[in-house]
Write a protein that binds this ligand. Sequence first.
Ligand code: EPZ
Length: 419
Amino acid sequence: MDRLEITGGTPLAGEVRVSGAKNAALPILAGTLLAGGPVVLSNVPHLNDVTTTVKLLRRMGVEITFHDGLRLEIDPTQIREHLAPYELVKTMRASILVLGPLLGRYGRADVSLPGGCAIGARPVDLHVTGLRAMGATISIENGYIRARAERLRGARLVLDTVTVTGTENLMMAAVCARGESVIENAAREPEVVDLADFLIRMGAQIEGAGTPTIRVQGVESLSGASYAVMPDRIETGTYLVAAAITGGRVTALRTRPKELDAVLQKLGEAGAAIEVGPDSVEVDMRGRRPTAVDIKTAPFPGFPTDMQAQFCALNAVASGTATITETIFENRFQHALEMQRMGANLSIQGNTVVCRGVERLAGAPVMATDLRASASLVLAGLAAHGTTVVDRIYHIDRGYECIEEKLLQLGATIRRLPG
Ligand code: EPZ
C-alpha cells in the first residue's frame, strides 16, 4: 500500500487550484442514468471514487469516454443491467446513489447494501423507506436491496434525519415519478443543489433545492445535457487549514467562498487573516500560532462534519484548549487516536474531543482510517517536527486529487512511498 512521507515545519505559501467536488460528481454521475440522451460532464475530479463509479456505470452498459483528462462523455441510453454488485459497493458506499435513478427510470434495481465504514454504521433505511412511500416494492435479500416498481408515484416524504445521499436518491427517484413529490427536512448541502441543477438542465422540474423543502414535479423523460461539476468546498477548506496549521499563506482558486461561511468563520476565530474574492479565498496566518477553536458539526449551513478532522489537527497545535463535538457520525475520531501518537493532547469523551494545544507535534508513523482522517494526519505531519509517514493512503486518493503535487507546489516536503 502507498504511503505519504511528510517532513514538517515549513509554512506553506502559494496558490492551489481546487478540483471538482467529489460529493457532487458522484451523485451527478449516478444521475446520468436518468438521461434520455448523451451527457457531457466537465470539471470531474480524478479520484478513485469517480473511477469506481465509472466502472459501476460501464458495468451496467453506460458508454463513458474520458476526454483531455477533464471531460466525460456519457451515453446512458443502452443500459442492459440494473445491478450494483457487492464487490464494487463495498469499496464505495456512495454506489447506493444508483438506486433512485435506476428505480425511477427503469423500475428495477438490485443494489448491494453498502454496509458500515470506519466512521459509523451508515444505514440507508431512510432511502428505502422513502422509495417504498413512492410505491416501490423493496426486499432485503442476501445483502442486496432488491427494488421493483411499475412506475414510482409522487409522495410527500418527511425525512427523520437530514441525510445528504438520502435526499439525493429520493430527489432522483422523483424526477420521473407520476405526480408531485415533496421532500421535507431535506439536506441543504451545496452538492444537493449542484445535483438538482444538473437534473434541471436535463429537463427535471425541481424547486427548493438548498432549502429544507424540495418540490419535484414528475416528468415523462429527461434529455441529455452538458454540465460542469461545482468546486470541492471540503478540499478548499483542507488547504486553507494547511495554511493555518503551518503559519503560512495560501490562496485557494476556482472555489465558491459563500459555501464555506462556517469554516471561514472558525479560521478567523483561530487567528487567520482571510481575503475573499469572487472565486478565491486567501488565508494568511502571518507566521502566528493558531488559537484553539470550539467546533460542533451540523448539517449545512452548519459546520461540516467533513472538516472536523482537519480542525482537530489545527487545535492539536493551537494555543489554548477547545472542544470538538461530532453530531453526525458516531465514530469519527479515529484521527485523534493517531495524533496522540504524535504527541497531541486530545481527550475523547463520547462525541466530544477536548483539545489541549501543544507547541509542537513530533513526526511519527501513523495510519489513515478514512478519507478525512487521512487528510488530517497529513496536516498534522505538515506542522510536526520531523518526519511523518501516513500509511493506507488509498483512503486519501478517494477524495483528494493529486494531493502531494498540490502540497509540493505550496512548498511542503512530501513524497509518495510506493507500497
Ligand atoms: C454524505 O454521506 C457524504 N458523502 C459524506 O462525505 C458526508 O460526511 C455526509 O454526507 C454528511 O455530510 C457523499 O456525499 C458521497 P448522511 P451520507 O446520509 O449521505 C444517518 C466524505 O468524507 N442516516 O447525510 O452517507 C447517518 O447514519 C464523506 O466525503 C440514517 O440514519 O451521510 C448519519 O448519522 C464521508 N439513515 C446521518 O444520517 C439513512 O438512511 C447523516 O448521514 C441515511 C443516513
